[in-house]
Write a protein of this length. Sequence first.
Length: 327
Amino acid sequence: MPKIDPNYTPDPELLAHMPGVSGNTVNGLGESEPRPPSCFFWHPPDRQTHGGLQRYVMTRMEAARDGGRNWGDVGDRGPVLVPIAAERSEGDAEAWTAATKDFATANEADLVGIVDVDPLWIYDSYRIDERRLVMLGLAQDYDKMRHAPPSPGNQHSNTEVRRQYNRASRAAMKLANFIRGLGYPATPHAGPMAAALNMIPAALAAGFGELGKHGSIINRKLGSNFRIAAVSTDLPLVPDGPDLFGADDFCTHCRVCTDACPPGAIFDAKQMVRGERKWYVDFDKCIPYFGERLGCALCMAVCPWSRPGVADNLVVKMAQRRRPGRP
């Protein structure tokens, strides 16, 4: 497992494509007032400050693929979006909630949660007209992800990440088409190229888990070993709530991802970001390493919660730690 390298120096050629503004500034590090997030890496290059860097990294990714690296079978991204049915089906919120979750889990999703849209989750210059979000979680294959970060001779984790992004896209598109068939608007949102929705805070509010020190969600069953997608809709649905089970407290006393990150991008204490004190990853340190390796995901793979069979025991352990009267 890689460790923090005090002598790590980013590739000068990559650094030449970094803009004059810090990615941390764009992300709102140190800001005490809440605001929507700004368009950033993984948005269209012409709508963000780091578009030149993104073009450079994506060009290197395409060159590596054309150069014969084994990216593996990553599957397709799903069907096309169908028109909204002219006539609406009848049903109440409880029935539609059950039907929506049953359909999603029968069509590739491993996690499903529902939440009302919060304007603070929508990137500036975008809009979401629907009022609710159906959040989807897609589990990754741990045996493939444990090989992170990728290297020229080892693309197992890169292939798995691409495979799950495509599975997430299919799941979101299928669910959107199901809801449209009921006569309600529905829009799929899937990565890695971001658009309107900042998915992590929405997934947290929908009950997917707690934010980890590595900046990703920790789920009580899957740890951090999953990807997320969403469908925005006006279908009447019953919202879920956050799921707090002790992962945040665990991160306070854990340094596994912090010590494993080669560029040292993971803060060991929470930071103020757009009016919220939370775990945060230093973008200006993270993205050069990501760009050089054409992917990373190391912090998600080494998280103790992500190892198969571990999360259940940790949930019990954290519950005992919080038990009233415990010395």
